[in-house]
Design a protein around this ligand. Structure first.
Ligand SMILES: [Fe+2]
Ligand SMILES: [Fe+2]
Length: 373
């Protein structure tokens, strides 16, 4: 029986703003959050190293690509957050959205409020990156336990270390260079909970390595290109060199496995990918920022959605996910169910962009890039 949108994403219409905004994080004061992890830990007695040659190559590469979050980044850099916001705004066509905002909730805003919004938005974005990185840390530790192949366990163990570094550097940047934290966004939390809770080992990969990290790689790339702040630029460069490997790990691990699945099993993967895509799209409305700025959230979101650069930015986020889903055969499995969903989301045009199976080489740090080396 085909699942309805209602069953998959909790609402009938993908763009139902009211429904999206009604989901909010109600546990913002909790210090820990427990999720039932339903999977079996799998031992393998087949220790043949290199049985999966591409994963083995990735593992060897990862061993030599470790950088040091404390030593390799120029933490002594002074960051003037307001100046960074101004510089970003100049590249995006100035403060405000280049729209006539009279008669809207932004009508009375001066440069001061726009700059404050920019700062809050940056605090929010980096906070969500940090929470997402912790999600990756937990998911990868889970993969070490659940994946049945030794080459994948080896590789996943290096990714655990990478993700610890990522959480560490985003947390340090937030604490020492920015002006505040945000709790995890409710949509991101729903997604991470679903990924962790799933009992099937490949769903951890699909949710994390393909969807969350695919989006992260695109988002980091966007900000890396935009920002003129040298510390953040370098931090993102380092993180991206790791993320490209992580996404490759997902593609290389799932590629063979998915050829063995039945149509019904593939359909479940398609549905999971769609659910993840929608959750990630929902989170980018950054509803918590509007709330903190004291604006009516729905009105603010509606206005931002109309700004000229918004659709381009939102779609760009899917530029890695769509080709990777295609490479895994998920786009066209069965009756092309996922292709139709990606058409609805307006992101199908990325299907023939470079997939990330091999692209990690291009993202690697150059010899001598690390200061500690
Ligand atoms: Fe990461
Ligand atoms: Fe990662």
């Amino acid at each position: 029986m085909a699942k309805t949108h209602e069953e998959l994403i909790g609402r009938a219409e993908i763009d139902d703003l009211e429904a999206i905004l009604s989901v909010s994080n109600t546990d913002v004061d909790e210090a820990i959050h427990a999720v039932k992890d339903n999977a079996d830990a799998i031992f393998t007695w087949d220790y043949e190293k290199g049985a999966k040659p591409k994963l083995n190559r990735l593992y060897e590469k990862a061993k030599h690509s470790m950088w040091d979050g404390e030593k390799d980044l120029p933490w002594e850099t002074e960051v003037d957050q307001e100046a960074v916001v101004m510089a970003n705004a100049m590249q995006m066509g100035g403060l405000g959205y280049g729209m006539d905002l009279s008669g809207t909730c932004f009508e009375k805003w001066t440069d001061k409020e726009w700059i404050q919004l920019g700062c809050e938005s940056q605090n929010w974005t980096l906070s969500q990156f940090m929470h997402g990185e912790q999600g990756a840390l937990l998911c990868t530790a889970k993969i070490v336990e659940t994946v049945p192949w030794i080459d994948a366990k080896y590789y996943a163990s290096t990714q655990v270390m990478d993700e610890a570094r990522h959480v560490e550097v985003f947390a340090k940047y937030l604490d020492t260079k920015l002006s505040g934290h945000y709790p995890i966004n409710a949509h991101l939390k729903l997604l991470l909970d679903d990924i962790i809770a799933d009992s099937r080992w490949d769903m951890t990969y699909l949710g994390m390595q393909i969807m969350v990290e695919g989006l992260a790689l695109a988002a980091f790339g966007f900000i890396h290109q935009l920002t003129t702040e040298p510390l953040l630029k370098q931090l993102l460069r380092y993180v991206m060199s790791d993320e490209a490997r992580h996404v490759a790990f997902g593609v290389l691990s799932l590629q063979d496995y998915y050829t063995e699945l039945t149509q019904a099993e593939l359909r479940e993967r398609q549905e999971f990918a769609f659910e993840a895509a929608v959750r990630m799209r929902d989170r980018f409305l950054q509803q918590e920022v509007w709330d903190r700025m004291g604006l009516p959230v729905k009105e603010a979101v509606e206005i931002v959605q109309m700004s000229p650069e918004r659709p381009v930015f939102q779609q760009m986020l899917f530029s890695k996910i769509v080709p990777n889903c295609k490479k895994l055969g998920l786009l066209d499995a069965g009756d092309g169910w996922l292709r139709t969903r990606f058409e609805e989301l307006g992101v199908i045009q990325f299907e023939d962009w470079a997939d990330t199976g091999e692209e990690y080489e291009a993202f690697a740090l150059a010899e001598g890039d690390q200061r500690s080396a």
